[in-house]
Structure formats: C-alpha cells, structure tokens
Design a protein. Structure first.
Length: 428
C-alpha cells in the first residue's frame, strides 16, 4: 500500500482512478521546514570545512610570526591573528560554500528519509516536483550570496590582507613596494624594469629591447624611469639613451650553414644618442594590466576583471581573465546547482530507505561536479579550452544531472497516473 501510494500519489481513501490534487504552497509549512533544515546543515558543514582550512593556514602563519616576521607584540600580535583569521574565514567561505551546499542538502535529505518524513509527505499526494520548491528557493538565495562574495567581498578582503601584510597574500600582492626587476612583453619589444605601482605607475631602471618586423633586435633603449601618459600605450622616458644594433651582431663560425641569430651585446661606452629631455615611446603594455601584474584574476575587483577580460590586441593573455569573469557569472547557478543535485538524487535514490551504495553514488557525482569546476578553471587559465566553457561547464553539468534525476523520479508517477486514467475510462 505504501509503495503504491508513494509512486502514484493517490490517496489511500480515495476511489480508484481519482488522485488527490495538492496545490503548491511556495512558503508553506513544508517549505519553511526544509529551508530551515538546509540552512542549518549547510552552515554546520561549511563551518567545519572552514575550521579545517583555517587550522592549516594558522599552523603555517603562527610560527613565522613568532620567528620575527611580524612587528606586532603581545596583545597586538593576538589582535593581528584575530584579524587575519576573520579575513581568511571570508576567503575560505567563498571557496567552500558550493561544496558545503551539496553536503548540507544531502545531510538534510538523508535525515528526511531516515525519519520517514519523506514517505509521509509523499503519501499526502505531494509530487516530487512540488518537493523541489524548498531547494529552488535555497538555490536562488545562495547563488546571489555566492556571486556577491566572489565578485566584491573576497577581492576586498584580499586587498586588506595585502595592505596589512597578512598571510599568503602579503608579499605577492603588496602594491606599496618597488619590485625587483621583471621581464615584460610589450608587443614585439621586451622590457626589463622595476615596477612602482603608485599611483602614479612608474617603471625604474628601464631597459627596452626593440625588434624589427622580422623579429631581429634593432635597438636598445635605457631610461632611469618611465611613466605612462594617461591610459594610453605611450610612455615618457626620463634620462634615456639609445643604441642602434647592427642587423647581424653575431654569427656562427665562418663557412657554417647555420642561420645567424642576433644576440644582445654589452653596452657600448658611448651611446649613439643621449636624450637629456623626456622622450615619448610607444610600448604595447597595458597600464591597467601592469598595475595588477602578478595578481591572480580570482581576487581582482569586478570592474578591473571586466576591463582586463575585454582587452584586444594581444597585449597579454586575456583568457585567464575571461575564464574568471565567466566563472563569477556562473556562481549565480553553481552553488544552487550543487544543492539541487543533492536533492534530486536523494528523491531518486533515497526515496524510502538510506542505502550506503546510494549515498556513495550521490557523493561521487557531487565530487565530480566539484572537481570539474577546479579542472575547467585550470584549463581555461592556460588557454587549453575556451573561457566560456571553462566557466560554465560545471554548472551545466550539475544542472543537467539534476534534470535527468528529476525526470527519472517522475516517470513512475506519470506511468501510474496514466494507468489510473485508463482504468477510469474503461467500460464497466
């Protein structure tokens, strides 16, 4: 009787062929009850994951602080640890919320089945689609939260950590210090300089290696410093010198058939042209990109990430920024998709009893969705797959599997209702 009513959604007291019609109540008792259960379990599981990650982080940070890397002492050192832990908690929360949504909703659904509440709800005539209302509301809420955290809150906390020299973001993302010398690609030119992020953005101890259309070294330009002219690609050099380079600087031994290769020679003692006044040169180096040099795309503010993702002309590898831009847009759907995946698979595989193999299968599919997101991001950053596919593959995967699971759950009920309608129309 229970299995038949469960599959058909037919009231046991109703005449054969007549179904009980249960109207959808978006904010009814069942929806409120399940939303509270989802929120509680997601909060508990996500907090546990954050505690694990934070413990590993502090285990590396505390010894360095006591070794003398921090200037704070006593109470201020303790306060610095609290501030660092709070900022890192926001960072961990943003990255772990989708996984916490999956595990939390799965825990709620397992408890729902173990307590026999699911059979009671379905015996009342509520269809599987109507049971999805709580998880859909929950998905919309966590999607908006995840996008806000990923696009605005997390970048702000990373900037605070870099400014206060806290944790892993201290030295690499600090914009207040003049860096060591870096090699930069400026179109066909190579530039070696120290970077002062400013504002204003300034290059120090500049050495420019200019190349002709054939890729051969044609000119060397040095300058004490260089500043950008507004947001253009024109740079003003101060204290610069020029050295023209012959078309063939060095070649292999005479008589060999090897192709001569230009090689930079040591600076001559007397430059061919000395420029006392500032000089303007064109370098294909984007000022906005250089201002955020060596900063990972995942922690850039939303407006900066959007500007860098729309770059043209091949000044830098924009696939990295486009991948993370699409990834942020996909966060409207990814955490909710993980929650919907757990709920839909539970409706299909944990309808009346909890079996270990079913729980493991659901966990494996959720883990595949989590790993797919990480793998696609890596491939998109390296330009191995299109940025659009890298950002949206994981949400599309979990939503597709969820849709198939919902369809498989509804098929027995639809067949039962069709049989019931056939019996009702049969002649007596």
């Amino acid at each position: 009787m229970t299995t038949e009513v469960y599959e058909r959604g037919i009231d046991a007291a109703a005449p054969v062929g007549k179904t009980r019609r249960v109207l959808l109540a978006p904010i009814g008792w069942y929806t409120r009850y399940m939303l509270r259960s989802y929120a509680q379990n997601v909060f508990i599981i996500t907090s546990g994951l954050i505690i694990i990650g934070l413990s590993i982080e502090l285990a590396r940070t505390v010894p360095r602080a006591f070794a003398g890397e921090s200037d704070a002492q006593g109470f201020w050192l303790f306060f610095q640890f609290l501030a660092h832990a709070g900022l890192r908690t926001i960072d961990f929360f943003t990255r772990l919320l989708p996984l916490g949504c999956f595990l939390g909703v799965l825990a709620s659904e397992v408890g729902h089945t173990l307590s026999r509440e699911r059979v009671m709800i379905w015996n009342s005539g509520r269809s599987p689609v109507q049971c999805l209302m709580p998880v859909l509301i929950f998905a919309a809420a966590v999607g908006a939260l995840q996008y806000t955290m990923e696009a605005y809150v997390r970048p702000a906390t990373v900037q605070m950590q870099a400014a206060k020299w806290m944790g892993v973001f201290a030295k690499p993302y600090d914009r207040s210090q003049v860096t060591s010398r870096y090699w930069l690609s400026g179109g066909a030119d190579l530039v070696q300089a120290k970077i002062e992020y400013g504002p204003p953005l300034t290059l120090h101890e500049v050495m420019i290696y200019r190349h002709d259309r054939e890729g051969k070294l044609s000119e060397l330009i040095s300058a004490q410093r260089a500043t950008v002219e507004g947001n253009s690609l024109r740079w003003r050099l101060y204290g610069g010198n020029r050295w023209p380079v012959e078309s063939s600087i060095s070649s292999s031994a005479s008589g060999s058939d090897a192709t001569p290769r230009p090689e930079p020679s040591p600076r001559p003692e007397a430059p061919s042209q000395a420029s006392a006044a500032p000089e303007i040169v064109d370098l294909d180096i984007d000022p906005l990109w250089l201002s955020n040099y060596r900063v990972h795309a995942s922690v850039l503010s939303q407006d900066v990430l959007g500007s860098l993702a729309d770059a043209t002309g091949g000044r830098y590898q924009a696939a990295n920024y486009r991948t993370w831009l699409y990834y942020r847009y996909a966060q409207w759907f990814y955490p909710g998709g993980m929650a919907l995946l757990a709920c839909s698979l539970a409706l299909l595989l944990l309808s009346q009893q909890v079996r270990l193999e079913a729980v493991l299968a659901i966990g494996a599919l959720g883990y595949m969705g989590h790993v797919a997101q990480r793998v696609c991001l890596t491939l998109g950053e390296n330009g191995d797959i299109p940025p659009l596919a890298a950002g949206w593959f994981a949400p599309a995967f979990v939503l597709s599997v969820s849709g198939l699971a919902i369809l498989a759950t509804m098929l027995p009920r639809l067949r039962a209702q069709r049989r019931a309608r056939g019996h009702a129309r049969a002649p007596i």
